[in-house]
Design a binder for this molecule. Structure first.
Ligand SMILES: [Zn+2]
Length: 257
């Protein structure tokens, strides 16, 4: 009871057959040491994945870039409007000058024709003033939008600078973590020398089922992983036996330091 029948567990394809070296103090201790290393390997890999995800353009940079494009499009719209109105005002001005030249040139003497020319000159003058108002509005908008584009470009430069420095920090952290992972992998190999292929298969299968924690420390007289109190016979077995003793509740291998 309490000893895992190893034949029940599928032998992992990648499990290497190691010569069975007498365990440190017992088999559970060797597995516990392995687990400490494996949990750190898991954490390092998890962090490296997060860093690799973050080593892309951030949402803040993307939004700042979108804001610059939008501000530039607005400016362009008002700039084109200003150019169109300038051309229209100039066209009306030329037409008005032509009408006034006819009106005051002395060649037209017919009163009806003169009245028509006066009305046309007045109408052209009104049209030009209306266009000049529109032109003024367009010019003010161009001024405002030019300032908005400059502000958006500055905001993008700021957010990009912050992004670049965080990228440098993340790259440095990734380099450190990769070195740590290599060291841990060496540690793991060393621990594996003291663990039988069967025990390793049990351990690996339990790790998959139990969220990475195959071995539980005994704390007081309870399982440190699930907290359930252990029968004294099971505690005794965990303390003395060279076989693996498991928690009756969560099935994890018990280790009494
Ligand atoms: Zn338990």
């Amino acid at each position: 009871m309490g000893t895992i029948a190893c034949s029940l567990w599928p032998v992992l394809a990648h499990a290497i057959i190691h010569p069975i070296i007498p365990p440190m103090s017992n088999r559970a201790a060797a597995l516990y040491a392995l687990q400490v290393t494996d949990l750190e390997i898991d954490a390092v890999r998890h962090r490296l994945t997060a860093i690799r995800t973050a080593l892309g353009e951030t949402e803040a940079v993307r939004q700042a870039r979108v804001a610059v494009t939008a501000a530039e499009a607005e400016l362009n719209h008002w700039y084109i409007r200003q150019r169109d109105l300038e051309l229209s005002v100039a066209g009306l001005g030329a037409k008005l000058a032509e009408t006034e030249a006819q009106l005051y040139g002395g060649h037209v003497r017919n009163p009806k024709q003169l009245t028509e020319l006066q009305a046309e000159a007045a109408s052209l003058g009104r049209q030009r003033r209306a266009l000049e108002d529109d032109l003024l509005e367009a010019m003010l908008n161009v001024e405002d939008r030019t300032a908005a584009v400059a502000a958006a470009r500055q905001a993008l430069a700021d957010v990009e600078a912050a992004w670049q420095s965080s990228q440098a920090g993340l790259r440095a952290e990734a380099t450190q973590l990769e070195a740590r992972l290599q060291a841990l992998s060496g540690e793991r190999e060393a621990y594996l020398m003291g663990i039988s292929a069967d025990d390793l298969a049990v351990y690996e299968a339990l790790r998959r089922r139990k969220g990475g924690q195959a071995v539980a420390l005994v704390e007081g007289d309870a399982c440190g992983a699930c907290g359930v109190a252990l029968f004294s016979s099971r505690l005794q077995q965990a303390r003395q036996s060279e076989s693996l003793t498991t928690c009756g509740n969560c099935d994890r291998i018990l280790y009494l330091p």
